[in-house]
Design a protein around this ligand. Structure first.
Ligand SMILES: NC(=O)c1ccc[n+]([C@@H]2O[C@H](COP(=O)([O-])OP(=O)(O)OC[C@H]3O[C@@H](n4cnc5c(N)ncnc54)[C@H](OP(=O)(O)O)[C@@H]3O)[C@@H](O)[C@H]2O)c1
Length: 280
Protein backbone atom coordinates (compact mmCIF):
# COMPACT_ATOMS: atom_id res chain seq x y z
CA UNK A 1 0.00 0.00 0.00
CA UNK A 2 1.33 3.44 -0.93
CA UNK A 3 1.55 6.13 1.74
CA UNK A 4 0.87 9.87 1.36
CA UNK A 5 1.30 12.57 3.97
CA UNK A 6 -1.04 15.56 3.62
CA UNK A 7 -0.79 18.78 5.62
CA UNK A 8 -3.89 20.79 6.54
CA UNK A 9 -6.18 17.76 6.18
CA UNK A 10 -8.94 19.09 8.47
CA UNK A 11 -10.78 20.97 5.73
CA UNK A 12 -10.94 22.00 2.07
CA UNK A 13 -8.52 20.48 -0.44
CA UNK A 14 -6.60 18.61 2.26
CA UNK A 15 -9.69 16.83 3.56
CA UNK A 16 -10.96 15.95 0.07
CA UNK A 17 -7.54 14.77 -1.09
CA UNK A 18 -7.25 12.53 1.99
CA UNK A 19 -10.56 10.81 1.22
CA UNK A 20 -9.89 10.65 -2.54
CA UNK A 21 -6.50 8.99 -2.06
CA UNK A 22 -7.85 6.59 0.57
CA UNK A 23 -10.60 5.59 -1.87
CA UNK A 24 -7.87 4.74 -4.41
CA UNK A 25 -6.18 2.45 -1.88
CA UNK A 26 -3.59 4.81 -0.37
CA UNK A 27 -2.66 4.83 3.29
CA UNK A 28 -3.09 8.50 4.22
CA UNK A 29 -1.26 10.29 6.99
CA UNK A 30 -3.79 13.06 7.44
CA UNK A 31 -2.02 15.75 9.44
CA UNK A 32 -3.68 18.75 11.04
CA UNK A 33 -2.67 21.44 13.50
CA UNK A 34 -5.58 20.66 15.82
CA UNK A 35 -6.68 17.03 16.15
CA UNK A 36 -9.93 18.25 17.72
CA UNK A 37 -10.85 19.29 14.21
CA UNK A 38 -10.59 15.74 12.84
CA UNK A 39 -14.32 15.03 12.99
CA UNK A 40 -15.23 16.38 9.53
CA UNK A 41 -12.59 14.21 7.85
CA UNK A 42 -13.44 11.26 10.07
CA UNK A 43 -17.11 11.46 9.04
CA UNK A 44 -16.28 11.88 5.34
CA UNK A 45 -13.88 8.93 5.47
CA UNK A 46 -16.36 6.76 7.37
CA UNK A 47 -19.11 7.58 4.86
CA UNK A 48 -16.76 6.64 2.03
CA UNK A 49 -15.86 3.38 3.82
CA UNK A 50 -12.15 4.24 4.01
CA UNK A 51 -11.64 5.31 7.61
CA UNK A 52 -9.21 2.46 8.31
CA UNK A 53 -6.87 3.80 5.60
CA UNK A 54 -6.56 7.18 7.29
CA UNK A 55 -4.20 7.87 10.16
CA UNK A 56 -4.61 11.17 12.00
CA UNK A 57 -1.46 12.98 13.10
CA UNK A 58 -0.95 16.35 14.79
CA UNK A 59 1.18 18.70 12.72
CA UNK A 60 1.25 22.47 12.82
CA UNK A 61 3.60 23.40 9.98
CA UNK A 62 4.83 26.39 12.01
CA UNK A 63 6.18 24.10 14.76
CA UNK A 64 9.67 22.77 14.07
CA UNK A 65 9.42 20.20 16.88
CA UNK A 66 6.24 18.68 15.41
CA UNK A 67 7.80 18.56 11.94
CA UNK A 68 10.86 16.78 13.34
CA UNK A 69 8.69 14.31 15.29
CA UNK A 70 6.68 13.51 12.15
CA UNK A 71 9.83 12.91 10.09
CA UNK A 72 11.23 10.69 12.88
CA UNK A 73 8.04 8.65 13.08
CA UNK A 74 8.09 8.03 9.33
CA UNK A 75 11.79 7.14 9.28
CA UNK A 76 11.36 4.69 12.19
CA UNK A 77 8.54 2.83 10.46
CA UNK A 78 10.91 1.74 7.75
CA UNK A 79 8.19 1.99 5.12
CA UNK A 80 8.37 4.20 2.05
CA UNK A 81 6.65 7.56 1.90
CA UNK A 82 5.38 7.78 -1.67
CA UNK A 83 3.90 11.26 -1.57
CA UNK A 84 3.94 14.50 0.35
CA UNK A 85 1.16 17.01 -0.30
CA UNK A 86 2.03 20.41 1.18
CA UNK A 87 -1.46 21.83 1.36
CA UNK A 88 -1.71 23.75 4.66
CA UNK A 89 -2.15 27.44 4.02
CA UNK A 90 -4.24 30.51 4.71
CA UNK A 91 -4.65 34.11 3.56
CA UNK A 92 -4.14 37.52 5.11
CA UNK A 93 -6.21 39.85 2.91
CA UNK A 94 -5.42 43.57 3.09
CA UNK A 95 -3.86 46.31 0.99
CA UNK A 96 -0.07 46.10 0.57
CA UNK A 97 0.43 49.67 1.77
CA UNK A 98 -1.25 48.93 5.11
CA UNK A 99 0.25 45.56 5.92
CA UNK A 100 2.45 45.30 9.01
CA UNK A 101 5.70 43.34 9.20
CA UNK A 102 4.08 41.00 11.71
CA UNK A 103 1.16 40.25 9.35
CA UNK A 104 3.49 39.64 6.42
CA UNK A 105 5.71 37.36 8.47
CA UNK A 106 2.74 35.41 9.81
CA UNK A 107 1.61 34.78 6.25
CA UNK A 108 5.05 33.53 5.25
CA UNK A 109 5.47 31.43 8.39
CA UNK A 110 2.75 29.03 7.26
CA UNK A 111 2.56 29.30 3.48
CA UNK A 112 6.28 29.49 2.73
CA UNK A 113 8.42 28.54 5.74
CA UNK A 114 5.96 25.84 6.87
CA UNK A 115 5.74 24.11 3.49
CA UNK A 116 9.47 24.30 2.84
CA UNK A 117 10.33 23.04 6.35
CA UNK A 118 8.03 20.01 6.07
CA UNK A 119 9.51 19.22 2.66
CA UNK A 120 13.11 19.50 3.85
CA UNK A 121 12.33 17.26 6.82
CA UNK A 122 10.88 14.50 4.62
CA UNK A 123 13.25 14.67 1.64
CA UNK A 124 15.91 12.48 3.34
CA UNK A 125 13.34 9.67 3.54
CA UNK A 126 12.51 10.06 -0.17
CA UNK A 127 16.20 10.21 -1.09
CA UNK A 128 16.83 6.95 0.79
CA UNK A 129 13.99 5.33 -1.13
CA UNK A 130 15.01 6.88 -4.46
CA UNK A 131 11.46 7.93 -5.33
CA UNK A 132 8.54 10.06 -4.21
CA UNK A 133 6.21 12.84 -5.31
CA UNK A 134 6.22 16.22 -3.55
CA UNK A 135 3.22 18.39 -4.37
CA UNK A 136 3.09 22.02 -3.36
CA UNK A 137 -0.40 23.49 -3.31
CA UNK A 138 0.38 26.96 -4.60
CA UNK A 139 -2.24 29.19 -6.24
CA UNK A 140 -2.98 31.30 -9.27
CA UNK A 141 -1.80 33.96 -6.79
CA UNK A 142 1.64 32.37 -7.17
CA UNK A 143 1.61 33.52 -10.80
CA UNK A 144 -0.39 36.78 -10.71
CA UNK A 145 -0.60 39.62 -8.19
CA UNK A 146 -4.10 40.79 -7.40
CA UNK A 147 -5.31 43.79 -5.34
CA UNK A 148 -5.89 43.02 -1.67
CA UNK A 149 -3.90 39.78 -1.50
CA UNK A 150 -0.30 40.97 -1.69
CA UNK A 151 0.91 38.97 1.33
CA UNK A 152 -0.74 35.80 0.12
CA UNK A 153 0.59 36.29 -3.43
CA UNK A 154 4.08 37.04 -2.10
CA UNK A 155 4.10 33.84 -0.02
CA UNK A 156 2.96 31.78 -3.02
CA UNK A 157 5.39 33.49 -5.45
CA UNK A 158 8.17 32.61 -2.99
CA UNK A 159 6.93 29.03 -2.81
CA UNK A 160 6.91 28.84 -6.61
CA UNK A 161 10.53 29.99 -6.89
CA UNK A 162 11.69 27.57 -4.21
CA UNK A 163 9.77 24.67 -5.71
CA UNK A 164 10.92 25.30 -9.28
CA UNK A 165 14.51 25.19 -8.05
CA UNK A 166 13.93 22.10 -5.92
CA UNK A 167 12.51 20.33 -8.96
CA UNK A 168 15.86 20.58 -10.79
CA UNK A 169 17.79 19.53 -7.71
CA UNK A 170 15.64 16.45 -7.11
CA UNK A 171 15.63 15.14 -10.72
CA UNK A 172 18.64 12.88 -10.26
CA UNK A 173 17.58 11.49 -6.87
CA UNK A 174 14.32 10.50 -8.62
CA UNK A 175 11.89 12.71 -6.71
CA UNK A 176 9.07 14.42 -8.61
CA UNK A 177 8.37 17.98 -7.48
CA UNK A 178 5.15 19.63 -8.64
CA UNK A 179 3.18 22.88 -8.20
CA UNK A 180 -0.62 22.86 -8.22
CA UNK A 181 -2.09 26.29 -8.98
CA UNK A 182 -5.81 26.51 -8.22
CA UNK A 183 -8.06 29.44 -9.01
CA UNK A 184 -10.98 30.15 -6.70
CA UNK A 185 -12.60 27.12 -5.05
CA UNK A 186 -15.25 26.80 -2.35
CA UNK A 187 -13.30 26.00 0.83
CA UNK A 188 -12.82 27.71 4.19
CA UNK A 189 -9.89 29.79 2.99
CA UNK A 190 -11.83 33.00 2.32
CA UNK A 191 -14.23 32.57 5.28
CA UNK A 192 -13.21 30.85 8.52
CA UNK A 193 -9.50 30.91 7.70
CA UNK A 194 -9.16 34.42 6.25
CA UNK A 195 -7.31 36.64 8.69
CA UNK A 196 -8.15 40.21 7.68
CA UNK A 197 -5.36 42.71 8.31
CA UNK A 198 -5.92 45.46 10.85
CA UNK A 199 -5.41 47.99 8.01
CA UNK A 200 -8.40 46.65 6.10
CA UNK A 201 -10.60 47.52 9.06
CA UNK A 202 -9.00 50.87 9.86
CA UNK A 203 -11.17 53.85 8.82
CA UNK A 204 -8.11 56.14 8.87
CA UNK A 205 -6.26 54.05 6.24
CA UNK A 206 -5.53 55.79 2.92
CA UNK A 207 -7.28 52.80 1.34
CA UNK A 208 -10.41 52.89 3.49
CA UNK A 209 -12.60 54.35 0.72
CA UNK A 210 -11.64 51.50 -1.62
CA UNK A 211 -12.68 48.73 0.75
CA UNK A 212 -16.42 48.60 -0.13
CA UNK A 213 -15.79 48.25 -3.90
CA UNK A 214 -13.02 45.72 -3.32
CA UNK A 215 -15.20 43.72 -0.93
CA UNK A 216 -18.10 43.71 -3.36
CA UNK A 217 -15.78 42.41 -6.10
CA UNK A 218 -14.61 39.61 -3.78
CA UNK A 219 -18.20 38.80 -2.78
CA UNK A 220 -19.23 38.73 -6.42
CA UNK A 221 -16.38 36.30 -7.18
CA UNK A 222 -17.41 34.12 -4.23
CA UNK A 223 -20.60 33.16 -6.07
CA UNK A 224 -18.55 31.52 -8.84
CA UNK A 225 -16.21 29.49 -6.65
CA UNK A 226 -15.73 26.01 -8.06
CA UNK A 227 -16.09 22.56 -6.51
CA UNK A 228 -12.85 21.76 -4.63
CA UNK A 229 -13.14 18.04 -5.43
CA UNK A 230 -11.66 18.95 -8.84
CA UNK A 231 -8.40 19.86 -7.09
CA UNK A 232 -8.36 16.66 -5.01
CA UNK A 233 -8.92 14.61 -8.18
CA UNK A 234 -6.11 16.46 -9.94
CA UNK A 235 -3.71 15.77 -7.06
CA UNK A 236 -4.68 12.08 -7.17
CA UNK A 237 -3.98 12.01 -10.94
CA UNK A 238 -0.60 13.71 -10.53
CA UNK A 239 0.37 11.07 -7.98
CA UNK A 240 -0.37 8.39 -10.61
CA UNK A 241 1.87 10.16 -13.15
CA UNK A 242 5.45 8.88 -13.07
CA UNK A 243 6.87 12.08 -14.63
CA UNK A 244 4.47 14.93 -13.91
CA UNK A 245 4.88 18.49 -15.20
CA UNK A 246 6.16 21.28 -12.97
CA UNK A 247 2.92 23.29 -13.02
CA UNK A 248 -0.76 22.34 -13.07
CA UNK A 249 -3.18 25.26 -13.33
CA UNK A 250 -6.66 24.26 -12.16
CA UNK A 251 -9.93 26.18 -12.47
CA UNK A 252 -11.50 28.08 -15.37
CA UNK A 253 -10.86 31.45 -13.71
CA UNK A 254 -7.16 30.70 -13.24
CA UNK A 255 -6.71 29.52 -16.82
CA UNK A 256 -8.61 32.54 -18.16
CA UNK A 257 -6.59 35.04 -16.09
CA UNK A 258 -3.29 33.58 -17.33
CA UNK A 259 -4.53 33.49 -20.92
CA UNK A 260 -5.68 37.12 -20.77
CA UNK A 261 -2.39 38.25 -19.33
CA UNK A 262 -0.61 36.37 -22.11
CA UNK A 263 -2.58 37.86 -24.99
CA UNK A 264 -3.59 41.37 -23.84
CA UNK A 265 -1.16 44.30 -23.97
CA UNK A 266 0.14 44.81 -20.41
CA UNK A 267 -1.44 48.28 -20.05
CA UNK A 268 -4.90 47.01 -20.97
CA UNK A 269 -4.62 44.01 -18.65
CA UNK A 270 -3.61 46.26 -15.76
CA UNK A 271 -6.41 48.76 -16.39
CA UNK A 272 -8.87 45.87 -16.49
CA UNK A 273 -7.70 44.57 -13.08
CA UNK A 274 -7.71 48.07 -11.53
CA UNK A 275 -11.25 48.73 -12.75
CA UNK A 276 -12.61 45.28 -11.88
CA UNK A 277 -11.37 45.44 -8.29
CA UNK A 278 -12.40 49.01 -7.50
CA UNK A 279 -8.82 50.32 -7.37
CA UNK A 280 -9.43 53.20 -9.75
N1 LIG B 1 -9.67 27.55 -2.01
C1 LIG B 1 -9.05 28.28 -2.90
O1 LIG B 1 -9.70 29.04 -3.63
C2 LIG B 1 -7.55 28.17 -3.06
C3 LIG B 1 -7.02 28.68 -4.23
C4 LIG B 1 -5.65 28.58 -4.44
C5 LIG B 1 -4.87 27.96 -3.50
N2 LIG B 1 -5.40 27.48 -2.35
C6 LIG B 1 -4.50 26.84 -1.40
O2 LIG B 1 -5.01 25.58 -1.05
C7 LIG B 1 -4.49 25.19 0.22
C8 LIG B 1 -5.61 24.62 1.07
O3 LIG B 1 -6.55 25.63 1.35
P1 LIG B 1 -8.11 25.42 1.24
O4 LIG B 1 -8.60 26.25 0.14
O5 LIG B 1 -8.44 23.98 1.28
O6 LIG B 1 -8.59 26.19 2.56
P2 LIG B 1 -9.09 25.68 4.00
O7 LIG B 1 -10.36 24.93 3.86
O8 LIG B 1 -9.08 26.90 4.83
O9 LIG B 1 -7.97 24.66 4.46
C9 LIG B 1 -6.71 25.09 4.90
C10 LIG B 1 -6.12 24.03 5.78
O10 LIG B 1 -4.82 24.45 6.20
C11 LIG B 1 -4.75 24.27 7.60
N3 LIG B 1 -3.74 25.11 8.22
C12 LIG B 1 -3.68 26.46 8.29
N4 LIG B 1 -2.58 26.84 8.96
C13 LIG B 1 -1.93 25.71 9.31
C14 LIG B 1 -0.74 25.42 10.02
N5 LIG B 1 0.03 26.39 10.53
N6 LIG B 1 -0.37 24.12 10.18
C15 LIG B 1 -1.13 23.12 9.68
N7 LIG B 1 -2.28 23.33 9.04
C16 LIG B 1 -2.68 24.60 8.85
C17 LIG B 1 -6.15 24.53 8.11
O11 LIG B 1 -6.30 23.99 9.41
P3 LIG B 1 -7.51 24.39 10.40
O12 LIG B 1 -8.68 23.54 10.00
O13 LIG B 1 -6.99 24.07 11.75
O14 LIG B 1 -7.80 25.85 10.19
C18 LIG B 1 -6.95 23.79 7.05
O15 LIG B 1 -6.97 22.41 7.29
C19 LIG B 1 -3.81 26.42 0.80
O16 LIG B 1 -2.42 26.31 0.66
C20 LIG B 1 -4.33 27.55 -0.08
O17 LIG B 1 -3.44 28.62 -0.15
C21 LIG B 1 -6.75 27.58 -2.11
Amino acid sequence: MRTALITGASSGFGLLTSVTLAKSGWHVLATMRDLNRREKLETAARNAGVLERIEFLALDVKHADQIAATAKLIAERDEPLHALVNNAGFAVPGFAEDITDAELREQFDTNFFGSTAVTRALLPQMRRQGFGHVIMVSSISGRLGFPGVSSYAASKFALEGWTETLRYEMKTPGIQVVLVEPGSFETDIWTRNAKLTAGLQDPSSANASRVPAWRSHIEQGAKDRANPQVVADLIARILETPRPKLRYVVGKDARMALRLRGILPAGIFERMIVKMTGMG
